[in-house]
Design a protein around this ligand. Structure first.
Ligand code: VOV
Length: 245
């Protein structure tokens, strides 16, 4: 029987996508809008404090296209904290003017295919509990490894999977400095097996990387993908401008 790979798991992760009800927002009083914006900025301020004390991290991006208007990606040591943050947003004034459009629950995951990684290594610790980059663009999508006929990832021996993952890593390494990837595992947590979150300075690099990886066997034979979300950074001091009507 093929052997499962040992995973190292870090911070829990919530991708929370919201759409703004622009009509209700436009009809709201100036006071209500101001209150909603201030309260939201306070929430972001709390997240920033947590990030400074290395007890979590977050990313805030506007989403291009009709799937959502903005997304909050939150990393925390426990699932409970993710729930608290989600609920705090739901109770906020801004939530009265937004609708949930999609969410994804997972945990930062490193798969130790080479078996050489030591969880106590500070470098590994930093990857399991990362401070998310505040780069210009984000790309998120969930994915599965295929289990279909002859293309079944889960019947491959570990050595074979490790070989394919090595080739995958080599393709990815060409994008060092251009793209940062955060792989989160979601088996048992959400509808797909992994969440893929990519950060880039230049948005076109997402297309180049994702296209190039389509030719890697691990993707061409074994990759199945959900919806893609693409966004631009929303810095805290740009929140007002984004919500200005
Ligand atoms: C910057 C790009 C980049 C780089 C350098 C990179 C490297 C690596 C390495 C070295 C490893 C294995 C060890 C580990 O760290 O876990 C992985 C692991 C993984 N990857 Fe990856 N990946 C990238 C990027 C990258 C992308 C764009 C995708 C989506 C696939 C695509 O076709 O759209 C992806 C997927 C994954 C997944 C689902 C896993 C876990 C698979 C499992 O079965 O456990 N990944 N990945």
């Amino acid at each position: 029987m093929p052997e499962a790979v040992v995973t190292m798991d870090g911070w829990y992760c919530l991708h929370d996508f919201r759409s703004v009800d622009w009509t209700a927002w436009k009809y709201a009083s100036n006071e209500d809008r101001e209150e909603a914006i201030n309260e939201f900025k306070e929430l972001i301020g709390q997240w920033e404090e947590t990030e400074r004390s290395k007890e979590g991290s977050h990313a805030l991006y506007t989403i291009v296209g009709q799937k959502a208007d903005f997304m909050m990606m939150i990393l925390r040591p426990t699932m409970e904290e993710l729930n608290e943050i989600e609920t705090a947003f739901n109770k906020s004034k801004l939530a009265e003017f937004t609708k949930p459009s999609y969410s994804y629950v997972s945990v930062v995951e490193l798969s130790n295919y080479m078996g050489s990684a030591n969880e106590d290594d500070p470098e590994i610790q930093a990857r399991l509990r990362p401070t998310l980059p505040k780069w210009n663009h984000i790309c998120f999508y969930p994915m599965d490894k295929r289990r279909q006929g002859n293309d079944n990832w889960y019947v491959l021996e570990k050595d074979e999977r490790a070989k394919l993952m090595y080739a995958h890593g080599m393709t990815g390494r060409q994008y060092a400095g251009k793209i940062r990837q955060i792989i989160t595992g979601s088996i048992g947590f959400d509808d797909w097996e992994w969440g893929v979150t990519l950060f880039a300075h230049d948005v076109l690099q997402f297309k180049k990387l994702v296209y190039e990886m389509r030719f890697d066997e691990v993707t061409s034979r074994y990759g199945d993908f959900g919806s893609f979300y693409i966004g631009n950074i929303l810095k805290p001091d740009a929140v007002e401008q984004f919500l200005q009507v």
